[in-house]
Design a protein around this ligand. Structure first.
Ligand code: ZN
Length: 142
């Protein structure tokens, strides 16, 4: 299943922690296998800041997978962005790095629990100003 927040994403060839199926949500954080951080930009200035942050993440966190640049909004996102996909074990190191180095960018951090709607609402955390999301494109689990 391709996570709805990253259209075109495929789990083929990716490690097992990257699949939503690996993180069926029980409410136990130990079941979170992976997180996404969506880094938003909307101008040449913020794109440059996002590019600098991306280079730093690539250099310091080789286990994090950097998604494509989306220069136009995709899925539930209402700004251009790229995604950082990373294993839960990296959260304690990567989250404070993003906190200290986001350069004013808005970043959406969410677990990958297998429930895209909950992950982008109840489960979500924002660094910087929250942005609107087109939640109607995400399916809530029955
Ligand atoms: Zn996501």
């Amino acid at each position: 299943m391709a996570p709805g927040c990253w259209p075109g994403w495929s789990s083929a060839g990716w490690p097992v922690w990257a699949t939503a199926e690996a993180a069926a949500m029980t409410g136990d954080p130990a079941d979170i296998a992976a997180y996404h951080a969506h880094v938003y930009f909307d101008s040449s200035e913020t794109r440059a800041a996002a590019s600098e942050l991306r280079a730093q993440i690539a250099d310091r966190f080789p286990a994090a997978r950097l998604g494509s640049w989306h220069e136009v909004p995709v899925g539930p996102h209402t700004r251009p962005m790229y995604q950082i996909l990373f294993p839960a074990a990296l959260l304690a190191a990567l989250l404070p790095y993003l906190m200290l180095n986001r350069s004013g960018l808005s970043i959406l951090l969410h677990p990958e629990s297998g429930d895209d709607y909950a992950d982008h609402t109840d489960h979500a955390a924002w660094l910087g100003p929250p942005l609107p999301l087109r939640l109607e494109v995400l399916k809530a689990r029955p």
